[in-house]
Design a protein around this ligand. Structure first.
Ligand code: ATP
Ligand code: MG
Length: 586
């Protein structure tokens, strides 16, 4: 289908006046000092995320407002800001009574249950840094991360402990305490562990936040492992300034929003935007404890009256795969803004939003390392489907190139491909990779933080993702970004997902090879393969189009939903698969 290259916004597309109206003027006057002035700070000086997210509201007008609505499989539980304050105080008291101090590290292994959210925020109150792990990890990746992070405490559920941790407990020498929650929040009695439910019941509702400053460690987040072994990115309490600004400008949060971030807190999106940013803005968040299910998701959007929805390309592709009929069974009059992060968002997906839900999907770009959204499409501005949008106020981005001496400098000409870089110094920038100074050092060149992603900027200042530096294909003198090829394949009605790699070739260096999975109702066949090859050639030209296409039932992805091209490549070439700790097993 031929569609326009720009989705123009009119006043009718905006149900509320957006927080970011004049892009140039807001950027010109923006300062991080002004954002910090919006934060309360600790009463005695200092800064603590839990004070900004919870206490400020619990002591003010939002006390009785719902902070989180947990949609369990059987039950729904609301936690209001006032209750969140008491519960997190209790948890901070539990840590204190166990002798866990400031700067120590707590690991979390659980589904999206209330205890997870209380643990994260209560740990901040105690000055304890948190590292949330994805609950589907097996024993190996759990042990590697806890040992790397020298975890002193683990909070998990009885079930996960018995399945995954009990057998490796002796391999976790730094772990002093394991706190367990039983099924449905019940008490437990498992040898070698403490029962969190009883400890919480005995703890006091009052706690004075341990003084922390902007440079104190708050979160340790492991990267997705898409390109190699996951790295432990260290984040600080001062990052909260980024979460405040991006919650306002990129997610356009307004006080009355019902907000749903579908990311799991095992990944940075689930903490920065599933916990911190919405609380900062005093909105109500929906948390779905269940796994993805298209029917259920549409029901949540409709019945919970979600107004702002932050999700990921992988989820959107799954909804697309399930078919528009399920979406059309309901209407979504409250929904006013949809955003996505994590992978390139194919133009097809942006348009799907508009056609099926009545709103385009707004792509934004960031990484575990950046701690918050850096480049975004925001509500007031036209969308160019396929583009990640423009740098937010306070963020200076550039396309940089390295010269022969290794000196990095920005490229001024539009539409030139190069590495995406950010001017260092935004508040949520990582402060290091845990125990990997050397790798951290490589992220910087002078004033620039180098992202490892290739992109280009057009004459209007919009950024376009080309591919990860590691994934770019060099074929007969051309540099080919997998995203462009995948997006063209996705435009074919049979294609649900596409992953593209370079396959070594004596003649041209690398040939483009695509792996596709099909939508419901389509069968793999030689005829379809030929049709797809022809479709891609017509869209992309012979130099860029894939020469080979293989069908797969599903593409390998990380548990955070990213297509693992390095695995497609290793499997194609019969090479070792490397670190697969984050590979989704189903
Ligand atoms: P690892 O660093 O371990 O290989 P990862 O880079 O996938 O894993 P994350 O920090 O979770 O780990 O993901 C950030 C990366 O995801 C970005 O560097 C980029 O490659 C990709 N990404 C995120 N958002 C977008 C987007 N909107 N468009 C294109 N790519 C995106
Ligand atoms: Mg990365």
């Amino acid at each position: 289908m031929n569609r326009p290259t720009v989705i123009c916004k009119t006043a009718a597309d905006l149900r509320l006046p957006p927080n970011l109206i004049d892009y140039a003027a807001t950027r010109a006057v923006f300062s991080w000092e002004a954002v910090r002035a919006e934060l309360a700070g600790l009463p005695g000086g200092g800064l603590n995320i839990a004070h900004e997210t919870v206490e400020r509201h619990a002591q003010g007008a939002c006390r009785d407002k719902i902070a989180f609505r947990f949609l369990g499989v059987k039950t729904t539980r609301d936690i209001r800001y006032g209750e969140l304050s008491r519960l997190t105080n209790r948890f901070a008291n539990v840590l204190k009574s166990l002798g866990i101090g400031k700067g120590e590290r707590l690991f979390l292994l659980s589904g999206r249950i209330p205890e997870l959210y209380v643990t994260v925020l209560g740990s901040f109150k105690n000055g304890t840094a948190v590292s949330p792990l994805f609950s589907a990890f097996g024993p190996e990746p759990i042990a590697t991360r806890i040992n790397l992070g020298e975890g002193a405490v683990l909070v998990t559920t009885e079930l996960l402990y018995e399945r995954k941790v009990a057998k490796i407990r002796s391999q976790l020498p730094t772990l002093r305490h394991v706190l367990l929650v039983g099924e449905d929040g019940q008490a437990t009695s498992v040898p070698g562990t403490l029962d969190l439910v009883t400890l919480m019941a005995q703890a006091s509702d009052d706690f004075d936040i341990v003084p922390t400053g902007p440079e104190d460690l708050s979160l340790l987040h492991f990267t997705s492992g898409t390109t190699g072994t996951p790295k432990g990115a260290m984040h600080v309490h001062g990052a909260v300034a980024t979460h405040w600004a991006t919650g306002k400008y990129a997610l356009d949060l307004h006080a009355d929003d019902i907000y749903w971030c579908t990311a799991d807190p095992g990944w940075v999106t689930g903490t920065s935007y599933g916990i911190i940013a919405p609380l900062l803005h005093g909105v109500t968040s929906i948390v779905d404890e269940a796994d993805f299910d298209a029917e259920r998701w549409y029901r949540i959007l409709a019945e919970e009256k979600v107004s702002v929805w932050y999700t990921a390309p992988t989820a959107i592709r799954m909804l697309m795969k399930a078919g528009a009929e399920i979406a059309k069974k309901r209407s979504y009059p409250n929904l006013r803004f949809i955003a996505s992060v994590g992978e390139p968002l194919n133009p097809e997906a942006v348009w799907w939003g508009k056609e099926v839900l009545g709103l385009p999907i707004h792509d934004n770009w960031w990484q575990t390392e950046t701690g918050g959204i850096m480049i975004a499409n925001t509500p007031a501005f036209d969308i160019k489907p396929g583009s990640m949008g423009r740098p937010l106020p306070g963020i200076e981005a550039a396309i940089v190139k390295k010269d022969e001496e290794g000196k990095v400098s920005p490229v001024d000409t539009a539409d030139t491909e190069g590495e995406l870089a950010l001017k260092r110094g935004w508040p949520s920038m990582l402060r290091g990779y845990l125990h990997n100074e050397e790798r951290y050092g490589k992220c910087f060149a002078g004033d620039w933080y180098l992202t490892g992603d290739l992109a280009k900027r057009d004459a209007d200042g919009y950024y376009w993702f080309v591919g990860r530096a590691d994934d770019v294909i060099k074929s007969a003198g051309h540099l080919i970004g997998p995203f462009e090829v995948e997006s063209a394949l996705m435009e074919h009605p049979a294609v649900a997902e596409a992953g593209v790699i370079g396959k070594p070739d004596e003649m041209v260096g690398e040939v483009v090879k695509a792996f596709v999975s099909l939508k419901k109702g389509f069968e793999a066949s030689d005829a379809l393969r030929l049709e797809l090859l022809g479709h891609a050639r017509k869209k992309l030209g012979a130099a860029v189009a894939p020469k080979e296409i293989d069908f797969l039932p599903a593409l390998p992805r990380t548990r955070s939903g990213k297509i693992m091209r390095r695995l497609l490549k290793a499997r194609e070439l019969g090479l070792p698969e490397g670190d697969t700790s984050t590979l989704e097993s189903s």
